[in-house]
Design a protein around this ligand. Structure first.
Ligand code: PLP
Length: 397
């Protein structure tokens, strides 16, 4: 086994310098436990940025992924295969959407959504109408490609890489402002949003706002794209988070938690958009990869099983109650839904808490000025207790 310093030096020598990593190297794990290269145990309250939905090394997931790797890892999209279509059917049947395009990441899923929205209006209203702009919300996050950066409603992301893709407008989550922008511009083909802004600080939208917005855009034949990359796949206690509000998006994007830790992206289309992309309008070499899809099939089966979402909701409430009991005086706000939580603390910054938490054996994330928890959906109550006790120790040292 390499020592921590050997791992770090090799990483620093050969991996591009885009990440400020913590001084930990993880080696293995089980459910919500991580073990580092020295054998130290951690409770994982971040699931690798919301990807490890079933925790680490879930038995059923490991069996499906390894037997798929042994049978056929990849065959390209030139051919049919027995695994990818299963996943597409599951995603459609559990969402009411009609068709799926598979990519490999969240940004790719959003690229597909943006292309689809523009082509929907191009096909219907013609090139001359120039109905090609997409309105997104301020403080949103939609990815790191040049176009999804342009779609991201934060100025800090609009730097260096000029020229960005044109055609994005930004608004506060306020229906009056959105209506004003759409009506004065006249070229909007879609509105794209996260129901809870994840990277933006775990900021939820009101269900009533979503309903009113959805009714308004649909009255104008403007498409609603919901970016469920962080909030989807039972993270908030529903299969997809927009289901809390009962709205019907035209395009939905998925990634992070979908394949339980393997790379995948998916763009879902409803009856309005299912035929918008036709032969050779879009593609991806690895999209729909069999190993990722085998993992995703296990994830979707598990999170749609009877009682799973209720359990996610209960665990979210348990974490909130436990946080108040252990650290009530230190906390100024808790936001979010299900197992997607943002916590504001009074006396220490989120960065300090996450760094000191790691030293105490608990893995957490930040989102802007907040501590963000995205634990594995399968975390046990014992693991929650242990993780939160280790977090509380940060304030006792
Ligand atoms: C993470 C994230 C993305 C980008 O996903 P990648 O897989 O990193 O490309 C897009 N939108 C939201 C809401 C996200 O949380």
């Amino acid at each position: 086994m390499k020592s921590f310093n050997e791992i770090k030096n090799q990483d620093k020598s050969y991996i591009a310098n885009t990440y400020a990593r913590f001084d930990v190297a993880f080696a293995s794990g089980k459910n919500a436990h991580f073990t580092d290269e020295s054998g130290k145990d951690y409770i994982d309250l971040g699931s690798g940025i919301g990807t490890n939905s079933l925790g680490v090394a879930n038995d059923e997931w490991v069996a499906a992924v390894s037997s798929q790797a042994a049978a056929l890892a990849h065959c390209s999209n030139l051919y049919y295969n027995p695994v990818t279509a299963d996943l597409a059917e599951k995603l459609c049947k559990n969402s009411g959407m009609k068709k799926v395009f598979f990519g490999n990441s969240g940004a790719e899923a959003n690229e597909c959504a943006i292309k689809t929205a523009r082509k929907y209006s191009f096909d219907k209203y013609g090139a001359d109408a120039q109905r090609n702009k997409i309105l997104t919300l301020r403080n949103s996050f939609h990815g790191r490609t040049v176009t999804t950066l342009a779609a991201t409603g934060q100025d800090v992301f609009h730097n260096y890489f000029f020229p960005f893709t044109e055609g994005f407008l930004f608004s506060a989550p306020d229906l009056c402002e959105i209506k004003n922008i759409i009506e004065s511009d006249g070229h909007v083909c879609a509105v794209m949003l996260e129901t809870i802004q994840g990277e933006g600080g775990v900021l939820p939208l009101e269900d009533s706002f979503l309903k009113d917005l959805c009714a308004y855009v649909h009255s104008k034949d403007i498409l609603l794209i919901v970016d469920e990359i962080q909030t989807g796949i039972a993270r908030t206690g529903k299969f997809l988070s927009y289901m809390h509000s009962g709205i019907c998006p035209d395009i939905v994007t998925l990634a992070k938690g979908l394949a339980g830790g393997l790379p995948i992206g998916a763009c879902l289309f409803n009856e309005k958009t299912e035929y918008t992309l036709g032969f050779s309008d879009h593609g991806s070499t690895f999209g729909g990869n069999l190993v990722s899809c085998a993992g995703a099939n296990v994830v979707v089966d598990n999170v749609t099983a009877e009682g799973f979402n209720e359990e996610v909701t209960k665990k979210g409430e348990y974490i909130r109650a436990k946080l108040k009991e252990l650290l009530g005086d230190e906390i100024s706000a808790i936001r979010g839904r299900g197992l997607m939580l943002g916590i504001d603390f009074k006396s220490k910054t989120a960065k300090e808490i996450v760094a000191e938490g790691l030293k105490n054996g608990v893995v957490m994330l930040t989102a802007k000025q907040s501590v963000r928890l995205l634990p594995p959906l399968t975390i046990s109550y014992e693991e929650i207790d242990e993780g939160l006790n280790r977090l509380a120790n940060v304030f006792r040292n």
